[in-house]
Design a protein around this ligand. Structure first.
Ligand SMILES: [Zn+2]
Ligand SMILES: [Zn+2]
Length: 392
């Protein structure tokens, strides 16, 4: 036996491929929304218990944590899969399409869950590692605010189940199935939203001097906000401030009392993220004051930036290159979408990986999207080998 044969290979999963596909398609047919993953969590936890894992249910809501210790090492690796579906009416026409109208696995979390289950079964059967593998099945990734990752961390995830590093993956439409994309440092954006209400003093359109016109203040603010990215952010970095809506007034002969603006703010760096917030707040206050108006700001922080640590990303890259060959492991571009895996990475070093879902795959969150079953053995083998190499 060569050294390479001592670690999991894709061929080790081919004999169980039909079962992996059946599991994925079962989950696909039975989607549950964020905060409602009761049956999915039960399905996952029962299987893990059957394979001999020490299973803890209801961690941060419907989260499931499964641990298996082999040997004497105190090292532990954490691997996370998300379990929730989306409020979308499926339009794939698949024989195993969602049985529940208006709920759909349109982000591939059915595939993510299945791949981690596949690795779990293999690791429990072969036990070729020294240390503890900690499998984290997370609910409510799609929640936006108050998500499953936050809830699991608040429920003591890392104190109750200590780990040295954490890994996760998302399928990636547009890249060939079975190919990996990785990136050290920032990978996915922080996405914040801001609602601004400018209050002036309404009145007759013919007597503007007796009013404080919120429309003029709001329009000035839209223009002034454009200077933040262009004048306050390092030109080698990237950020977006979009004013997506502006509403005020009803009639041409009435000056309204208020104007409201909604902004989408995206960035790939925590420092830039806080600079954007500071500048938006001060610019808004100053422009409103300059017009004699007042401004109220509701600043909603979405998921933070997904920042992969260098050592763990390079480790994952080396494992993926052994598994599928270096020609199938590439550099991932920055992704403007966001992911709550970022909260785990605020506490632990780790890496969020992207696994190709096919060049002709529909986009994520589309009613025609489907997870590529041909990736299942690759993803399961990756988690198994990553564990064996991390806990070698
Ligand atoms: Zn999603
Ligand atoms: Zn997703």
């Amino acid at each position: 036996m060569t050294r390479d044969n001592a670690f999991a290979r894709i061929s080790d999963f081919e004999q169980n491929e039909a079962e992996l596909v059946a599991t994925r398609q079962y989950l696909h047919a039975n989607p549950e929304l964020s905060f409602e993953e009761v049956e999915t969590a039960r399905f996952v936890a029962d299987k893990l218990e059957g394979w001999g894992y020490e299973v803890t249910r209801n961690v941060g809501g419907h989260g499931v944590v499964a641990r298996l210790k082999v040997g004497t090492s105190n090292k532990s690796i954490g691997i996370r899969a998300d379990m929730d579906a989306l409020p979308i009416l499926e339009d794939t026409g698949l024989p195993y399409a969602s049985k529940i109208p208006g709920k759909m696995h349109a982000c591939g979390h059915d595939g993510h869950t299945t791949m981690l289950l596949g690795a779990a079964e293999y690791l429990a059967r072969t036990r070729r590692f020294d240390g503890t593998v900690t499998l984290i099945f997370q609910p409510a990734e799609e929640a936006g605010v108050g998500s499953g990752a936050q809830a699991m961390i608040a429920d003591g995830l890392f104190e109750r189940f200590p780990i040295d590093a954490i890994f996760g993956l998302h399928n990636h439409p547009g890249a060939p199935a079975g190919n990996w994309l990785m990136r050290s440092g920032p990978l996915m954006a922080a996405a914040d939203s801001v609602k601004i209400t400018i209050s002036g003093k309404g009145g007759h359109a013919s007597r503007p001097h007796l009013t404080i016109d919120p429309v003029v203040a709001a329009c000035n603010l839209v223009v002034s906000l454009q200077s933040i990215v262009s004048r306050n952010i390092d030109p080698t970095q990237t950020a977006v401030i979009t004013v997506g809506s502006i509403h005020s007034g009803e009639a041409s002969n009435v000056i309204p009392d208020t104007a409201t603006l909604s902004l989408s703010v995206r960035s790939f760096d925590p420092t830039i993220r806080s600079t954007l917030e500071k500048r938006i707040r001060s610019m808004t206050a100053a422009v409103a004051e300059g017009h004699g108006a007042t401004a109220k700001i509701d600043y909603t922080h979405g998921y933070p930036v997904v920042v992969n640590s260098e050592k763990e990303t390079e480790f994952a890259r080396s494992v993926a290159e052994e598994l599928v060959g270096p020609e199938k492991v590439g550099l991932c571009h920055l992704i403007p979408g966001s992911e709550d895996f970022s909260y785990f990475l605020e506490h632990k070093p780790g890496s969020f990986l992207r696994l190709g879902n096919g060049e002709s795959s529909q986009i994520l969150h589309s009613s025609k999207y489907n997870f590529a079953d041909e990736s299942l053995t690759v993803g399961a083998a990756m988690w198994a080998r990553l564990t064996e190499r991390f806990l070698a």
